[in-house]
Write a new protein. Structure first.
Lengths: 269, 201
């Protein structure tokens, strides 16, 4: 059989880790709502979304581990890397508190959660769709699976975006504030770094023009129905999470996530 | 070495899946007789979904293939949702049933093609309905390579979901997510009962 020649194109590990870290970090972030959701249904929704995201992260970490061929496992990547080794977008590690609530660790604003999930899903739905057609067969399989989940997440966050954005004066103001706060971080999606160049060189070519167009169309459509407006994009700092340069928030999040595994390395239960 | 030791975790096994399609042609090989194969299918019919016990893994469309590797029976399953915690339980249950019948078995996970609710068998759909879970609507056909925007229309026409108790089409979605990854919550406006809906996926 010609199984040997099937696997020729491989996306670089750094890119797979970037995708995995995105999913893991947002999954962990949203899981903070577990037991604290504004209503029971939304508590369940965030837990379910986290389950999907962490599942996607596992598939990707396991793929990287098997390709590394050094005996590492998915756990090594999730639990034993420091913040600077993580390649997630900065947007995804930001805390659940926004500009309109307090800044204590326990303060959480659902407007931030919904707006961030919406922006991330609007990026990932067209991105997974492109990756599902890519030349790396393993990545394409994971992408096709993730696309189904992401499309459903997009529907969930978009529904709430409309409900809250086009809701009361208070809910509208909170959603607009959340959008103003988070939108500048989406600039990072479009900066070209070594990551994108390596991906291209490895033979996994993405159409960034279509991706940006699809993302913008999904965002514009959701915002129009929500009566929310994009903030005026001012020149300023562009976050660099995908290059390992993070906000201070990621370290706290990872400490929480990794503490048990690091306290008992190699433990089995 | 126990039989369970040779089983890979679903995430590990998923990585070996891409070559699976290529080996389909040789699966009917020597040691696995058709008689044995039929017996194993019968055994697999007894393995039910850990979270929806009325439906078997075969009805659910999770078991994709049964192969004889020359030394073991390989049961190829495909995950429903990436993070569904029931997947490892399903693999364990398959191993337990076949190992109980003294058959060498390993469970492999295959990601592509991705599982779809369209793979739930007609009997499976009936069993779900009888259990009080509305079976999923058929997925709309998607042209290959379509851009995502085309299947995310501005106003999604939600399919009418019939109440599994009274059959009324007057139902509303109360929550996108329910008690398990595969379900959403609905409420019937005629009989006023809440019910689970198996999400089309």
């Amino acid at each position: 059989m010609d199984a040997a020649v099937v696997q020729t194109v491989r996306a670089p590990s750094a890119y797979l880790l970037h995708l995995a870290d995105n999913a893991l970090v947002l999954g962990q972030r949203n899981a903070q709502w577990c037991g604290h959701g504004p209503i029971l249904e939304e508590d369940l929704a965030q837990a379910n979304i986290s389950l999907d995201l962490i599942g996607q992260a596992r598939l990707l970490y396991a793929l990287v581990a098997s390709r590394a061929g050094d005996g590492s496992t998915e756990d090594d990547y999730a639990y034993f890397r420091d913040a600077t080794a993580f390649g997630n977008y900065t947007l995804l590690e930001l805390p659940q508190y926004g500009p309109l609530v307090g800044h204590a660790h326990a303060d959480m604003d659902y407007a931030i959660t919904i707006t961030r999930n919406f922006l991330y899903s609007a990026l990932m739905a067209p991105l997974w769709q492109q990756l599902a057609q890519c030349a790396d067969a393993d990545l394409a399989a994971i992408a096709a699976k993730s696309l189904k989940e992401t499309t459903y997440h997009l529907r969930h966050s978009r529904d709430w975006l409309v409900k809250l954005g086009d809701g009361t004066e208070t809910s509208h103001a909170r959603m607009q504030a959340a959008l103003n706060h988070l939108w500048p971080y989406t600039r990072e999606f479009w900066t070209e770094t070594a990551l994108e160049q390596q991906l291209q060189a490895a033979g996994v070519s993405l159409n960034w023009h279509d991706l940006a167009e699809d993302f913008q169309a999904l965002v514009d459509e959701g915002l129009a129905q929500s009566t929310l407006r994009l903030p005026v994009q001012e020149p300023g700092y562009t976050s660099q999470g995908k290059q390992g340069i993070h906000s201070e928030h990621l370290t706290y999040l990872l400490t929480d996530l990794q503490s048990v595994a690091r306290a008992h390395p190699g433990a089995q239960w | 070495m126990s039989i369970a030791d040779i089983r890979m975790s679903p995430a590990e096994a998923a990585l070996h899946s891409s070559a699976a399609g290529a080996s389909e042609g040789v699966s009917a090989g020597a040691g696995g007789s058709d008689e044995m194969r039929a017996r194993i299918w019968t055994l697999l019919e007894q393995v039910s979904d850990p979270e929806i016990p009325v439906i078997s893994l075969l009805d659910l469309g999770v078991v994709r293939e049964l192969r004889w590797s020359g030394a073991t029976w390989q049961v190829v399953i495909t995950p429903t949702y990436s993070g569904c915690p029931a997947m490892t339980q399903m693999a364990d249950d398959i191993v337990a049933v076949l190992a109980g019948a003294h058959l060498p078995v390993e469970v492999l996970t295959q990601l592509a093609p991705a599982w779809s609710t369209d793979w739930i068998s007609p009997q499976g759909r009936q069993k779900l309905h009888a259990y009080g879970i509305a079976p999923p609507a058929a997925l709309p056909a998607q042209p290959a390579g379509a851009r995502v925007l085309r299947f995310m229309p501005r106003q999604e026409a939600a399919p009418a979901v019939a109440c599994p108790r009274c059959g009324s089409q007057e139902t509303v979605e109360t929550s996108h997510f329910g008690s398990t990854a595969c379900k959403a919550l609905y409420r019937c406006l005629s009989c006023r009962e809440p019910f689970d809906y198996f999400k089309p996926y």
